[in-house]
Write a protein that binds this ligand. Structure first.
Ligand code: PMP
Length: 419
């Protein structure tokens, strides 16, 4: 008898759960993760995942960088390194951030295993069970999952087509404080937000910074998409305006490659040591190998041109998606028009539940992420996130057409049912 059947018979998994820490109850698979298996079937057009498109990355050149690194500096690249991250890369990260107006000291940069690890470390430092984290409505599913695992109470703040609404932030702070709960930070993605694609204008950035300073609430600025503006550069980073109250998160996942798993946090000086100690306890140190690969790439290769090629590739796909939405989606649906990044956010008419619609979309060979995945409070059921980053423009058109058909069919089915 196999192990699995014994466990099933004795009900061990349930017993095991009783032995877990309370926080393990919040370790649930994300909706996106469970969709991946279906969405990655070759016959399905996946508008679901947000995987960067690496077809524009010159693999030969990357192979050359790696080979040269190992041959010339293998003993450092393959050794343990500093818990804070490699000093040379931390300097280069400051040059990258300068493109968005940030003047930073490399000593305030902590390199992490993707910015996802930085989210985890910050949560670990700040969140006690029941503490409030303010987030945009909707927000990045990976951040919601992390906050949930630290047993935070996530409170969404209204967004419009220009991002987080400052007056709604004021109101949310007031109503949370009236319940006596502590607000630990505001988490937001000001550039080409995941999942909506919207970009926060400069004047709102200033206003939000000033509200948070006054209210003594840290701002966690998550900025993986900032350099992926198609039509014009994004406004300066919020951290450029405030070095004391902003924790800035950056990543090479979208500008170079996610498989290298290199991101960073730029933190107010007083937080740096806590972050490094916290990171050392989970990973000892970030990988020297991937840090030095990125360092050599930034030093010797035309990385700005490479980002421009990525932008060109994504812009063509964004245009294909917006054009085909116009052509194939019902007139009653509305959607965002992103100026960069990977995502379009669609609101459907007639209270169509996008989670319930998913099996029909799969039959029509197209996948998306239902809007409720991006809310901690069960909202978003009539919305969906469509990603245009990965499929070819032709496949995007095909997928949007198929999805438009499924939605229209659902609308007419309901119309018929009502009469
Ligand atoms: N923040 C946002 C908004 C993201 O979209 C992602 C990845 N999709 C991450 C953080 C994590 O990225 P990484 O860990 O690869 O840097």
């Amino acid at each position: 008898m196999s192990d699995i059947s014994i466990r099933y018979q004795t009900g061990a998994p349930q017993n095991l759960e009783k032995r877990f820490a309370a926080r393990a109850a919040e370790m649930l698979p994300s909706e996106i993760r469970s969709l991946f298996a279906v969405a990655s079937r070759p016959e399905i057009v996946s508008l679901a995942g947000g995987m960067p498109n690496l077809s524009a990355l010159p693999m030969e050149m990357i192979a050359g960088v790696v080979k040269e690194l190992i041959l010339t500096n293998g003993s450092e690249a393959l050794q343990y390194g500093s818990g804070q991250g490699h000093p040379k890369l931390r300097e280069q990260i400051c040059d990258v951030m300068a493109l968005e107006g940030i003047r930073a000291n490399p000593d305030d940069v902590v390199v992490t295993t993707g910015s996802q690890q930085a989210l985890d470390l910050i949560s670990r430092i700040f969140i006690d069970p029941g503490d409030v984290v303010l987030v945009e409505a909707p927000s990045y599913v990976g951040a919601l999952g992390t906050f949930r695992q630290y047993q935070a109470s996530v409170v969404h703040v209204e967004m419009d087509n220009d991002g987080l609404v400052p007056n709604s932030l004021r109101a949310a702070i007031k109503s949370v404080r009236a319940t006596g709960r502590k607000i630990k930070f505001l988490y937001l993605i000001p550039n080409y937000q995941n999942p909506t694609g919207v970009c926060l204008p400069a004047d709102r950035r200033t206003e939000i910074l000033s509200i948070c300073r006054e209210e003594e609430i840290f701002v966690v600025e998550d900025n993986p998409y900032g350099l992926l503006g198609f039509d014009k550069p994004s406004p300066n980073a919020m951290r450029a305006e405030d070095s004391e109250n902003v924790i800035y998160l950056g990543s090479f996942s979208k500008t170079i490659a996610p498989g290298l798993r290199v991101g960073w946090a730029l933190v107010p000086q007083s937080l740096k040591d806590k972050l490094v100690i916290s990171s050392e306890s989970s990973i000892l140190c970030p990988s020297n190998f991937t840090q030095l690969t990125i360092s050599s790439y930034l030093a010797d290769q035309p990385w700005r041109d490479q980002i421009a090629s990525f932008c060109e590739l994504y812009k063509v796909r964004r245009d294909a998606m917006l054009e085909s939405l116009e052509q194939h989606f019902p007139a009653e649906a509305t959607w965002t028009k992103p100026g960069g990044g990977f995502y379009v956010w669609v609101n459907l008419p007639a209270e169509i539940d996008t989670k319930a619609l998913m099996p029909k979309a799969i039959v029509a060979k197209v996948a998306y992420v239902p809007g409720s995945a991006f809310y901690a409070d069960g909202l978003g059921s009539w919305s969906m996130r469509l990603s245009y980053c990965h499929p070819t423009p032709e496949r995007i058109r095909e997928g949007v057409k198929a999805l438009g058909g499924v939605i229209k069919q659902e609308m007419s089915r309901r119309g018929t049912a009502l009469t």
